[in-house]
Design a protein around this ligand. Structure first.
Ligand code: AMP
Ligand code: MG
Length: 376
């Protein structure tokens, strides 16, 4: 019976395979780095050959100044700031800590060492060198590097957040519920979560349990790149999402995973859109979004994958009958996970009290180390 359930790791691998990551283009040094000899300290640029002898200060160079105004000669020095180009004639920079000045005279507390505090031209890279190979994931440091070599255009688009739409489904969802109806808690919850994960998230109007309405919605996603739906994805008679996606020609990567809660989870590609069909029960919707949305976003952004798992000590045994690993709500203090009493996948109250959800393997586990997802 459980053979058709996709294990979590496999589901994530399927997603990686289906959504190739678009990394950065190659980054090539457009010039030597540094492009001239530079001072690494605030101090004085001078000649080592003059040893400990006092120097005459002939001027000052700040970062960005053209050094050709100076030529450091016998017993001369130029005051120099970090990042300023080293003038011709100087072969060391003595830091201010080792200098004393009187008028335009400079005294050294020790002899300079050749090349000290100078970053030589090309010492970090030569013009034309490949600094980063093609398709490296996009990181903030690499943005900096791309800017350093003058690649502005490539970076700008990447700063845009991925547009994620959140649409709850269910005829039972209303603003002012009668006893047989409920409010939409998943919509705001998932919108908040997507925002926390770095998406440009918008809570779309919720959808009725009506295949035509679903079809319309899925066919008109506009600039939404990722759609999170909740509900309508399991075995109920009004769970239309899988069938409508199939009719629209979507590529359903998987439907039903080996996880508790969250089994009915579906993931599909519809044209260039990614559809996360999350189950309606709040714990399931939340946890599946927390597991799959970061990976979807990192693929679309081209950013490195972040491992959502942490490790801590579970302080007491947790039962888990059945053949699916369980994500169980816990409090977390001082690296200690204390299980809460959860009434299952529909129990948003317990999830809201939790700091973490601990991974409990099939069959349950005794107290001891386990991995967990932080509730954010
Ligand atoms: P479904 O997956 O549509 O069968 O829904 C499973 C359970 O989750 C049902 O009890 C629904 O009423 C509930 N549910 C579905 N959508 C939401 C929502 N947006 N907010 C809160 N509960 C929901
Ligand atoms: Mg429903």
């Amino acid at each position: 019976m459980h053979e058709s359930l996709v294990p979590l790791d496999e589901a994530l691998a399927m997603l990686r395979a289906a959504l190739p990551m678009k990394g950065l283009p190659q980054i090539i040094a457009d010039r030597d780095d540094p492009a001239s000899d530079r001072s690494a300290m605030d101090g004085a640029a001078l000649r080592c050959a003059d040893g400990n002898a006092p120097r005459t200060i002939i001027g000052t160079l700040f970062a960005g100044d053209d050094p050709s105004a100076f030529h450091v000669g016998l017993h001369e020095a130029v005051r120099i700031m970090t990042g300023a180009a080293v003038p011709v004639g100087a072969d060391a920079v003595v830091p201010v800590e080792d200098l004393r000045s009187e008028g335009n005279k400079l005294f050294l507390t020790r002899p300079p060492k050749p090349g000290e505090a100078i970053r030589l031209r090309g010492s970090q890279a030569r013009a034309g060198a490949i600094l980063l190979s093609y398709e490296s994931p996009f990181t903030a440091a690499r943005v900096g590097l791309a800017a350093q070599v003058g690649m502005k255009a490539e970076m700008m688009g990447r700063l845009q957040r991925i547009k994620v739409g959140i649409a709850s489904t269910g005829d039972e969802l209303v603003g002012i519920p009668l006893p047989h109806q409920i409010r939409d808690s998943n919509g705001p919850m998932l919108t908040h979560l997507a925002h926390r994960l770095g998406a440009d998230a918008s809570n779309l109007p919720s959808l009725p349990d009506d295949p035509e309405a679903l079809r319309q919605h899925l066919s008109n996603l506009g600039d939404v790149r990722v759609l999170l739906t909740s509900g309508g994805v399991s075995m109920g008679e009004k769970d239309y999402l899988p069938v409508v996606l199939k009719e629209l020609g979507a590529n359903i990567l998987f439907h039903k995973i080996r996880l508790k809660p969250g089994k009915p989870m579906l993931l599909a590609l519809l044209g260039d859109k990614v559809i996360l069909g999350l189950p309606g029960n709040p714990q399931s919707a939340y946890l599946n979004a927390l597991l799959f949305l970061p990976l979807v976003l990192s693929r679309l952004e081209g950013s490195p994958e972040r491992n959502p798992w942490h490790h801590a000590q579970l302080v007491e045994a947790v039962k888990n009958r059945g053949e699916r690993p369980l994500l169980h709500p816990c409090t977390l203090r001082d690296d200690q996970l204390t299980p809460l009493v959860s009434k299952g996948s529909g129990d948003l109250i317990t999830l809201a009290k939790a700091d973490a959800c601990a991974w409990i393997p099939e069959g349950g586990m005794a107290a001891g180390e386990t991995k967990y997802l932080q509730v954010i």
